[in-house]
Design a protein around this ligand. Structure first.
Ligand SMILES: [Ca+2]
Length: 500
């Protein structure tokens, strides 16, 4: 134990040195990409895709190499904003009002504002499109976003974007009013974030959340970016890699601008992807099983880079960590005081001790729960209790992919079998029983918090209604049909591909 307490004291000392005085509060820039996989980074071994700026950011960062997120979009975003599992936020899908972050939650930007920060979001929100759920009412001072889960989307009820939008020249909602833009979505979001950073820097510490819509499908790509990979991979992968390359260019511009503004050493830059791989997994999936929308590691293993020059020494940290930890870590770095209610809300733990000392003691018994959700609308979640779910500890991954009301457990020793190829459930019945019992307890405490299961949205997507109010025009009978809020299936004529 003495070793442990000396290490703890050193970490505490280092932590206090990070926050020597109010002026030391760092700016924070958080870049979250949509549907980029862990394997879609060249430093992770991708044989085709080149991401020199992400590679450089990675090299200059503390990297959490066993970092887990949720298997789809809105769930991960709700966890990042609250520090607790998405089901406890009422988020069990990406549409059908089940993407709305419960109004009972306290969000990270709310806590940061109370700690003296100004806050901005640029890109994808996807936690509710009705006014009360919009980021301007949930802690963000500056809001520059598209609607729904992606640019151009239309779903029943509330979830959807402005009418007619594509990834080029989209109408973007800027602090409540639409602006008709000129440019490609990712370029627009980074450019607006930089413009805002320049306007607030030096006056107040800032938190800039840049959440790209790319490289999520549809694969609308700048022709010059697609050309970078044409002929090297199949046509769709070339488009997808082109979208990632464009993100990489923008990350480069961001880092360079922080440097020329003199903000590099006083700014923490965090990078993550939001779920498992999609358009790039045929080329490279970093040896993992599964992808977005699955409970295997290929569905949840994400990049997690934390760069703060002069404060955090670049290193790998292989502790089991998760998106649950983002809120408490950022709150601690920002010097935020958390109320008892917020402390109770947070399930994650601050990663600051690991950021300062990547080899610091970790919990060998840490337990994380994954569930893909997405059971049929208005159905009983208990019937899907064991459908596409998992329990993770540093060594073990208990997975039930094909279960329903009863489990179909598989067990993987991911310490030696990261590709989850050998099911060892029969050899380790004790581990299966132990982790399954933890899952039962978790389900029991989570189940009452699924507050959006019966929710019915408005007759028209709020983004479309607001756009028509601002610019004229209006809904057709077909618009009302497609957005009819009670539907359990997506109507014919609407985009049938489910958004995640
Ligand atoms: Ca996503």
């Amino acid at each position: 134990m003495p070793h442990r307490s000396i290490a703890a004291a050193l970490v505490a000392l280092a932590a206090s040195a990070l926050f020597a005085g109010e002026s030391a509060k760092p700016n924070i820039v958080f870049v979250l990409t949509d549907d980029q996989g862990f394997g879609d980074i060249s430093a992770h071994g991708n044989p085709i895709l080149r991401t020199p700026n992400l590679d450089r950011l990675r090299a200059e960062s503390v990297r959490f190499t066993d970092f887990q997120v949720s298997p789809t979009c809105a769930p991960t975003r709700s966890v990042l904003h609250t520090g607790r599992h998405e089901f406890k936020n009422g988020v069990s899908h990406t549409i059908f009002e089940r993407e709305r972050l419960t109004l009972q939650a306290t969000t990270l930007p709310q806590v940061l504002k109370a700690a003296g920060y100004t806050t901005g979001i640029f890109g994808k929100w996807h936690l509710g499109d009705e006014d009360d759920y919009q980021p301007g009412r949930r802690g963000y001072d500056e809001v520059y976003i598209h609607g729904g889960g992606g640019i151009g989307q239309t779903y029943p009820g509330s979830c959807g974007d402005a009418p007619g939008n594509t990834y080029f020249d989209p109408a973007i909602r800027h602090n409540g009013k639409f602006e008709k833009t000129h440019g490609y979505c990712t370029d627009l979001f980074f450019a607006q974030a930089l413009k805002w950073i320049e306007s607030v820097q030096g006056r107040q510490p800032f938190y800039a959340y840049i959440a790209t819509n790319a490289p999520h499908s549809p694969l609308q790509v700048r022709p010059e970016d697609e050309a970078r990979y044409a002929g090297k991979v199949d046509a769709n992968t070339a488009k997808y890699f082109g979208m990632v390359a464009n993100i990489d260019d923008n990350v480069g511009r961001l880092l360079e601008r922080l440097r020329t503004l003199g903000l590099e050493r006083n700014t923490l830059v965090v990078f993550m992807n939001d779920n498992g791989g999609t358009g790039g997994v045929r080329t490279f999936n970093a040896g993992m099983r599964g992808q977005k929308g699955t409970p295997y590691l290929g569905g949840t293993h994400a990049a997690s880079f934390w760069r703060w020059p002069g404060k955090l020494a670049p290193a790998d940290c292989d502790a089991l960590t998760a998106h649950l930890d983002f809120f408490p870590t950022i709150a601690e770095i920002a010097g935020a005081k958390l109320s008892a209610d917020v402390q109770k809300q947070i399930e994650g733990r601050s990663l600051l001790p690991l950021l300062i000392e990547p080899g610091a003691a970790r919990d060998p018994d840490r337990t994380l729960f994954t569930h893909v959700g997405r059971w049929p609308r208005f159905s009983d979640p208990d019937q899907a209790k064991f459908a596409k779910c998992a329990v993770r500890t540093p060594r073990w991954h208990l997975v039930s992919e094909r279960g329903g009301a009863t489990p179909a457990w598989e067990l993987y020793d991911v310490a030696t079998d990261h590709g989850e190829q050998t099911n060892v459930a029969a050899q380790h019945a004790d581990i299966v029983a132990q982790l399954a019992a933890r899952y039962d307890t978790w389900w029991r405490e989570t189940r009452p918090l699924l507050v959006n299961e019966k929710a019915i949205g408005p007759k028209l997507n709020p983004f479309k209604a607001a756009y028509w109010q601002q610019f004229g025009g209006g809904p057709t009978a077909e618009d009302y049909r497609i957005m009819e809020p009670h539907q359990t299936q997506l109507p014919g004529g609407a985009k049938k591909k489910k958004k995640r």
